[in-house]
Ligand binder design. Sequence first.
Ligand code: SF4
Ligand code: SF4
Length: 145
Amino acid sequence: MDYWTLFSCDPSFFEVKMQCKRCGRCCTETEMELLPVDIERIVKLGIDIRKFVRIDDEYVRLRCAGKYCVFYDPEKKMCKIYEHRPIGCRLYPLQYSEGEIYVDPDCPAHDTIPRSEIERLAPYVKAFVEFSRMTRLWLRIRYGI
Ligand code: SF4
Ligand code: SF4
């Protein structure tokens, strides 16, 4: 199965098995990139695309409202669309830069991720970063924005 199809299938596959402390740090001042499948999944909830999408030059990212992601509830400390959250949010704190997969040390649970989990998801983190570059073009074609 190619990555494009895989990203479209089961978002839960991309969830990092870890002991998340639900601190909300990754939902604060987020610059998370979105894939087309993320946008379509959230739009299907009846949410206006302009309320959660931010165009940042050639990237398409989650929008913040003030300090937090538009979908974060700081009082309940939870994501309001948790079951539908983007693939990048599921892959966090795995990151990819200059050919290397690494765990973001800013995540307080970064040391709870088993090595096997990093190895399982490493190819998809790289693919996610590469595919997210195509979202801007897709947005122009699909939504004209
Ligand atoms: S920063 Fe890490 S521990 Fe905190 S909510 Fe995000 S994934 Fe969980
Ligand atoms: S979509 Fe949810 S998990 Fe992702 S940054 Fe926003 S509030 Fe956090």
